[in-house]
Design a binder for this molecule. Structure first.
Ligand code: AMP
Ligand code: ZN
Length: 487
């Protein structure tokens, strides 16, 4: 097996991957907070780890992939103030918090399935591991690195930092962090401004709360990942991942918790994916610039010209390396769609190629280049470039300009199966996706005609089109930025 190199965020170096206990690999990835639909940015991170999971499995590792569901303890602000996101939504909608959790967990699973992402081996929830979180909190208090004030338990960052490098993951200076962090006003009873909550006292009106030795409360966000990764992967495992926005707070605090708890850095390799951006800005729920997967599939979004299939979107994401930012645009999606279709067409052509007795191509060398790309920190754009070389070879052989032996054709088939389908997780479009895509295009076309009618001041026709669409089950809403529709 060729060595696999991956970029370790902790050491800021590309390192050779060595499993702690081969052939087993433990991989933990921070999952979604299930208080609203996952947006395309979240999907990018989960799809990147899906490819890492698939490639490690392809190499023969037995991967235990743990991806949690955050269903409690994620407050609106990282400074331990504000409400729990799920409880807040439950109150607004007059639902049980677990109804919110169920709705968005199901949505998340559906979206992952549409993108053909494999389910993790274990998907534990924060609410299912309250005891484990309490145990770790208690152990950290015993070690003298956490303290309780009025029913809330805080991690003592400055005390921890006396003997450990608290900012190892980001390389930031502790003094600068202290300078740049707001004063303690409004931050509860913390002793130090960098201290963070392991357990939070619940106000009586707080919907999700559990009994503890510190009174009724709920866990802090970071402790859930320490508890669940340790429980299912041990005190030290191979890979820990998440989006790079989690580095400075969530993962920095997770490392501190684990070291305080058991004296060990939780994993050997920290991996972080870069952000999906829109016009250069991180896609995020709070900035209001997020796209939901179903909006992208149907084209029903003011910034989209039309819809794109899940596989085209998956391919679009893989055309950029996971550590680079990826900017979302209609043009980039259209280019990806063309590329994806060319690849899939060539797969069909490959099935009907006729073999010659001699070959004018070196397919083995091309296969080696595909492995080289993936072994170089999962470089999917270079892998794709090599697959396009395979497309050239297939088309040229089909046009009888060059020749391939049966062994070449078989190897090309194996390469498509391994890299395109198994590792990149792409698949031929199914009929349902195609129908949704075509329907989206038709509705957009009808709305274009309606816009022309409006521009000609033919309001009778414009209203007729809207009413007929409504009768067919398509609701159209006119807004400042144009019309949106939903079925
Ligand atoms: P959340 O549900 O907000 O905790 O996010 C779930 C995962 O999505 C985390 O690993 C985040 O780092 C990641 N994430 C959030 N926004 C983006 C984005 N714009 N691009 C890529 N990953 C993101
Ligand atoms: Zn986490």
């Amino acid at each position: 097996m060729q060595p696999l190199f991956l970029y370790n965020t902790l050491t800021r170096k590309k390192e050779e991957f060595k499993a702690l206990n081969p052939p087993f690999v433990g991989m933990y990835v921070c999952g979604p907070t299930v208080y609203s639909d996952v947006h395309l940015g979240n999907c990018r991170t989960f799809m990147s780890f899906d490819i890492i999971y698939r490639y490690l499995t392809h190499l023969g590792y037995k991967v235990r992939y743990v991806r949690n569901i955050t269903d409690a303890g994620h407050l609106e602000s990282d400074a331990d103030v504000g409400e729990d996101k799920i409880s807040k939504k439950a109150k607004l909608q007059q639902l049980e918090p677990m109804e919110i959790v169920q709705t968005y967990t199901v949505d998340f699973h559906n979206v992952m399935k549409q993108f053909n992402a494999l389910p993790p081996s274990i998907e534990p929830t924060a609410t299912g591991h309250i005891l484990e979180q309490q145990e770790i909190t208690e152990a950290i208090i015993k070690k003298g690195l956490a303290y309780e004030v009025n029913g809330t338990v805080y991690f003592d960052v400055e005390k921890f930092a006396k003997d450990h490098n608290y900012t190892a993951l980001t390389g930031r200076k502790l003094e600068e962090l202290l300078e740049n962090t707001r004063d303690l006003d409004g931050q509860g009873d913390k002793r130090g401004r960098l201290d963070f909550a392991l357990w939070i006292k619940a106000k009586p009106e707080h919907l999700m709360q559990w009994s503890s030795q510190w009174g009724k409360g709920f866990p802090g966000w970071h402790i859930e990942c320490s508890a669940m990764s340790t429980k299912y992967l041990g005190e030290q495992f191979d890979i820990h991942g998440g989006g790079m926005d989690l580095q400075p707070t969530h993962h920095t605090n997770e490392i501190a918790q684990n070291i305080a708890y058991c004296g060990k850095q939780p994993c050997n390799y920290w991996m972080h994916t870069n952000m999906l951006t829109v016009e250069g800005q991180k896609m995020s729920k709070s900035l209001g610039n997020s796209f939901l997967p179903h909006e992208l599939f149907s084209g029903n979004h003011p910034k989209l010209n039309r819809g794109y299939s899940p596989m085209c979107v998956r391919f679009f994401m893989m055309q950029t390396h996971y550590r680079s930012t990826l900017d979302f645009s209609n043009e980039a999606l259209q280019a990806s769609e063309k590329g994806f279709e060319r690849l899939m067409e060539s797969y069909k052509t490959l099935q009907s190629l006729t073999a010659s007795t001699s070959s004018s191509e070196d397919i083995k060398a091309l296969e080696a280049k595909c492995y080289e790309a993936m072994n170089d920190d999962f470089n999917t754009p270079v892998l794709i470039a090599n697959l396009f070389e395979a497309v050239r070879i297939i088309n040229s052989s089909n046009d009888k300009k060059t020749t391939l032996t049966q062994a070449d054709i078989d190897l090309l088939k194996k390469m498509y199966q391994n890299f395109l389908f198994d590792v990149m997780g792409l698949k031929l479009e199914d009929e349902n996706n195609k129908t949704t895509e075509v329907l989206g295009k038709v509705v957009e076309m009808v709305l274009d005609i309606r816009n022309k009618a409006k521009a000609d001041k033919n309001f009778a026709l414009s209203d007729e089109v809207r009413n007929k669409l409504a009768a067919a089950g398509v609701e159209v809403k006119d807004g400042k930025e144009g019309s949106t529709w939903k079925i």
